[in-house]
Design a protein around this ligand. Structure first.
Ligand SMILES: N[C@@H](CCC(=O)N[C@@H](CS)C(=O)NCC(=O)O)C(=O)O
Length: 411
């Protein structure tokens, strides 16, 4: 059964493998016969000789088959990279009543945005920071983190996912991955004469099955697609620095969160009670489910925190690693001698770092960080800029530095 199938995939290679397996041709080759003949003349009787020959043949067949199987596996792995289409028909997405509707009067994009999220996921917090900063109106669908039933239709297992419905169109755009969402929106805002579905095409999603697990890759995710004719207003170095720190937020800062938020069982439990409160879990879970998620979740994440601490080589005192990361960021912002890394206004790196830290705002780890580092003033400035939708304001109405010091209201 397998032979014709394999021959179709790689005829030359598997032709040889099958020849070996069926003991035709090379299996009866001379060196093997010579080897067995040498033994036979001195010590072995005929049946021993046959046995050894059979054993040697079987071992060779197993070795060849093993190599063949490895090659087939490798072949499928490298051939299974697929690009997924970001456009789909709106009929494919079931209607779910949003758990929250954010409305900003000044949003004139005409886009209908729906964010599938967990309220305290750092990647979702990053996306909300950008949406709010630019003053987009959007609906929020809180995904049940256990069943993920709200996301089943998408085939993508993670949050955030942003759906963009464009005016007068039955086609919807699905944007997966926080950095893709942010870059696609930013590209669109830089030049609205190109529609968002066109920008979405610049962020292909490649999937690949590795060790039975589907992996997702978005090679362009940190790049903003500027139209060549537009004056971008930033230098290539500034744009490269912005990408570097966005990546740092995703690949470094984010790994400080779990070991710190769930440092002790007590802190883990406190964190999960906070998540339940801000995530309004009472709307998504029954009382019993909520208790299970809080207690089981806290316990599992306490263990995960320890595993991640070792995986990402955090210091024994994990707080110190979090403080080091925050101090590194503050030093970088101060180096520019401006209120934000982006200058007088936050850029995407400011919003990314803010979003990641915002996800643990109600946790003891966050309180400790404010007390033991100088990140507070920058954090509060960024929060105020986001809450006031400063990204949507024309330049002359941008907030003066004195206004930036105001204490922002609760999350
Ligand atoms: N690179 C992705 C990471 C997203 C991610 O890992 N999200 C987590 C929640 S924080 C998730 O959905 N994990 C899968 C799960 O909960 O089963 C992004 O930036 O959006």
């Amino acid at each position: 059964m397998a032979a014709p199938f394999m021959q179709r995939i790689c005829p030359r290679l598997f032709g040889q493998v099958i020849d070996y397996c069926s003991f035709r041709g090379t299996m009866q080759s001379k060196p093997l016969q010579a080897y067995s003949r040498h033994f036979s003349s001195k010590t072995l009787n005929t049946s021993w000789r046959r046995g050894i020959r059979l054993f040697a043949s079987a071992s060779a067949a197993v070795a060849v088959l093993g190599t063949g199987a490895g090659l087939v596996h490798h072949f499928w792995q490298t051939q299974s990279v697929r690009a997924e289409n970001p456009l789909f028909d709106d009929k494919d997405r079931p209607y779910i009543k949003p758990s929250r509707e954010v409305r900003v009067d000044t949003d004139n994009t005409g886009l209908k945005l729906t964010l599938y999220q967990y309220q305290t996921c750092p990647f979702c917090c990053k996306v909300r920071a950008v949406l709010d900063y630019h003053g987009f109106s959007y609906d929020v669908i809180e995904v049940n983190s256990i069943t993920k039933k709200q996301l089943k239709w998408s085939g993508y297992p993670k949050v955030p996912v942003l759906i963009v419905e464009m005016p007068n169109s039955n086609t919807e755009v699905i944007l997966r991955d926080s950095s893709v969402i942010i870059s696609a929106l930013e590209s669109y805002l830089s030049d609205r004469s190109t529609s968002l579905d066109k920008y979405a095409m610049f962020y292909p999603c490649y999937t690949e099955v590795i060790s039975g697990k589907k992996k997702y890759d978005f090679p362009n995710k940190y790049f903003i697609m500027y139209q060549e004719t537009k004056d971008i207003g930033t230098s290539p170095k500034e744009r490269s620095e912005e990408r570097k720190w966005r990546r740092w937020a995703d690949d470094h800062l984010v790994h400080m969160l779990s070991p710190n938020a769930y440092r002790t069982t007590r802190e883990a439990l406190q964190a999960f009670h906070y998540f339940s409160y801000v995530g309004e879990w009472e709307k998504n879970f029954s009382f019993f489910e909520r208790q299970v998620v809080i207690y089981a979740g806290a316990f599992v994440m306490y263990i995960m925190g320890k595993i991640l601490k070792s995986k990402y080589s955090l210091k024994d005192d994990v707080r110190q690693s979090l403080y080091d990361a925050c101090n590194e960021w503050v030093k970088t912002v101060k180096h520019g001698k401006q209120p934000f890394f982006g200058g007088v206004q936050p850029n995407l790196a400011d919003l990314a770092v803010y979003g990641v830290l915002n996800s643990i705002e109600g946790c003891t780890a966050f309180e400790d960080t404010l007390k033991n580092t100088n990140i507070g003033p920058w954090y509060n400035r960024t929060k105020a800029a986001i809450q006031q939708h400063q990204g949507s304001h024309p330049l002359h109405t941008k907030v003066a530095p004195s206004d930036m010091q105001k204490e922002p209201s609760k999350k």
